[in-house]
Design a protein around this ligand. Structure first.
Ligand code: NAD
Length: 420
């Protein structure tokens, strides 16, 4: 293999495209661009798992540590049949920008295992998770790289990681992961922090725009942990949630949904299509095209693309999912005058609370819920203010301003370390 091929093997195409799309005013030097357009470390693992029927299956797993100039790398690990290396690199890149923008002492990482978790028993999932820790344990650690839950992983997954890591190292180190159960060193407030952070940012934006909470209508796509909690919080603050959706479809009431009732049904295991609510049934595509003030994509990536962007009528999009708006859709929405509050700002509440959890583990002292939420508000609104100042000063949209603030902090750290 030539050096050229080796170089290509680690490049993240979509990260490079995202950097290339930045305006010339941000002007990265060639060295800065080279340093940011690919991950520092990208691991791929093959994990053998003994299945319940005695056979062995081997699963592909990835961990990408994109940039650690600001501290140990931090990012979730997802279990999904469509996970691929390029996607994990892109998500790790977004994490590096997110931690930088949030002003926390972490770099960015992401991990994924190519598996459909619905096809594995609880015992098989546990063995897969422990297998991942055995494969990756020399590359992760509380001062190296700290995983967390992501799509289809949860506090139980993190508990298995804590236990397997302790089995290998011989010492109990809860700071190896965040998003743990409280009994194993988790933090109060971590479960709702992503949604609460997004709600703080949206609420501040609404205030700054001179609008009133009770005048605004909101639709939420995705009714999992993030979507359900943000619907609940915003409804409690006086916003009108007119529509919500999950994979089965959407429910809509132009006068406002009874959010608490729908949440309870969903938490009882009901899919939205079958919820008892009188609200109208809509398709997911119809939800995205509703004539509303705020659209909150909180499901998966690439939900708003060049195919449906021109039908979006919402004036503001709060990106709670990672990368829910494609690059092509971004340009269409900009022409329509839609304001996008970008993922690296809108959903940073989760990683901020993860930092609090890690800090509590390191200090072995645990905080009350109102203390966690107060600190979360300060941190995320600090990031929001830095972005807004840049927007006003340079005339950028919020995504460009967020990228600029985030990239600058990473590059400053790289210069101080002597790497640039
Ligand atoms: P989750 O698995 O709990 O929920 C996802 C929801 O999306 C489910 O209700 C599912 O039915 C729904 N869904 C899937 N495809 C859909 C579609 N096409 N249309 C409508 N709904 C659809 O996941 P989550 O933890 O709520 O995370 C949601 C998103 O937020 C993900 O993109 C995740 O990466 C991002 N995120 C989560 C956190 C966190 O702390 N959980 C932090 C940052 C970002």
């Amino acid at each position: 293999m030539t050096n050229g091929n080796l170089y290509d093997a680690n490049v993240c195409i979509s990260c490079r495209e995202r950097l290339e799309a930045l305006p010339e005013t941000i002007s990265l030097t060639a060295g800065e661009f080279e340093l940011l357009n690919r991950p520092q470390r990208a691991y791929s693992f093959a994990i053998p798992v003994r299945m319940d029927d005695g056979s062995v299956k081997v699963f592909n797993a990835y961990r990408v540590q994109y940039n650690n100039a600001l501290g140990p790398t931090k990012g979730g690990i997802r279990y999904h049949q469509d996970v691929d290396f390029e996607e994990v690199k892109t998500l790790a890149f977004l994490m590096a920008l997110k931690t930088s923008l949030a002003g926390i002492p972490f770099g960015g990482a992401k991990g994924g295992i190519q598996v459909d978790p619905r096809e594995l028993s609880e015992g098989e999932l546990e063995r897969l998770t422990r297998g991942f820790v055995r494969a990756a344990h020399t590359f992760i650690g509380p001062r190296i790289d700290i995983p967390a839950p992501d799509v289809n992983t949860n506090s139980q997954t993190m508990a298995w990681i804590v236990d397997e890591y302790a089995n290998i190292s011989g010492a109990y180190e809860p700071g190896i992961v965040t998003g743990k159960p409280l009994e194993l060193g988790g933090s109060l407030g971590r479960g709702e922090a992503t949604s609460l952070g997004g709600a703080y940012v949206l609420d501040q934006y609404i205030k700054d725009s001179g609008l009133q909470r009770n005048e605004l209508t909101i639709a939420v796509q995705g009714f999992g942990n993030v979507g359900r909690n943000i619907a609940r919080i915003l409804s409690g603050w006086g916003y009108t949630i007119v529509a919500v959706s999950d994979i089965s479809g959407a429910r809509y009431d132009e006068g406002g949904l009874e959010v608490e009732t729908i949440c309870s049904e969903k938490e009882g295991g009901c899919i939205l299509k079958e919820a008892k609510s009188d609200a109208k049934h809509l398709s997911n595509e119809e939800l995205l095209a509703l004539d509303i003030d705020v659209l909150i994509p909180a499901a998966l990536a690439d939900q708003i693309t060049e195919k449906n962007a021109s039908r979006v009528k919402a004036k503001v999009i709060l990106e709670m999912a990672n990368a829910p708006v494609s690059k092509e859709a971004d340009a269409i929405l900009a022409r329509q005058g839609t304001v996008i509050i970008p993922d690296i700002l809108a959903n940073a509440g989760g990683v901020i609370a993860s930092y609090f959890e890690w800090a509590q583990n390191a200090g072995n002292e645990y905080w009350k819920l109102d203390e966690v939420n107060k600190k979360l508000r300060e941190k995320i609104l600090g990031a929001y203010t830095r972005v807004q100042e840049r927007t006003l000063h340079n005339g950028y949209d919020l995504r460009t301003a967020s990228y600029e603030v985030a990239v600058e902090r990473i590059l400053k750290a790289e210069k101080l370390r002597g790497n640039l």
